[in-house]
Design a protein around this ligand. Structure first.
Ligand code: OFO
Length: 175
């Protein structure tokens, strides 16, 4: 059984994960418009990862007998226009999400809610990977140079990314 405070905060996190999905979808569209189909594909994989993050929290609320609250998702503003700016914005956003996950963990610890603590520690580890992915890409761009040739090679490389999670959320909803 979750406290209302924890359930409310998890609902905030669900909204942030859904926003993340929406943000990466918007970035993907922008990259596709520029003809960077590999980068667009990488960002759509990221969209799916974010949907998984949201649905894992959603499933947890259901399992705990709490009500998921589906709030409005803000429209993402993608100011970045170059590939480098896209991944700088990705890193910035992931840092924000890391902070948000830490807040949730701190709340779970304060409330001695060990089940939620266990769940949120999965996200703590996930955020290490999320930030690393963006940092690795920025470092690769640094090595290749963010001129046309470097970005062309990065586009091919990033197009190889495959989702690491199941894309069918039926079992989460039915758990
Ligand atoms: Fe990108 O980790 Fe969830 O939001």
């Amino acid at each position: 059984m979750l406290s209302q405070k924890i359930a409310d905060r998890i609902n905030v996190q669900i909204n942030r994960e859904m926003f993340s999905a929406y943000l990466y979808m918007a970035m993907s569209a922008k990259m596709a418009q520029h003809g960077y189909n590999g980068i667009a594909s990488w960002l759509m994989v990221q969209y799916h990862e974010e949907m998984f993050h949201a649905m894992k929290l959603y499933g947890y609320l259901i399992d705990q007998g709490a009500a998921p609250r589906l709030d409005k998702i803000d429209a993402p503003a993608v100011k970045a226009s170059t590939v480098k700016e896209i991944f700088e914005a990705t890193l910035e956003h992931e840092k924000f999400i890391t902070g948000s996950i830490r807040e949730l963990l701190e709340l779970a610890l304060t409330e001695k809610d060990y089940a939620t603590e266990n769940l949120v520690r999965w996200y703590v580890n996930e955020q290490v990977e999320e930030e690393k992915n963006a940092m690795d890409i920025l470092q690769t761009l640094e090595l290749l140079g963010d001129g046309k040739q470097g970005v062309f090679m990065l586009n091919i490389e990033l197009g190889k990314r495959k989702p690491s999670i199941a894309l069918d959320f039926t079992s989460i909803a039915a758990s």
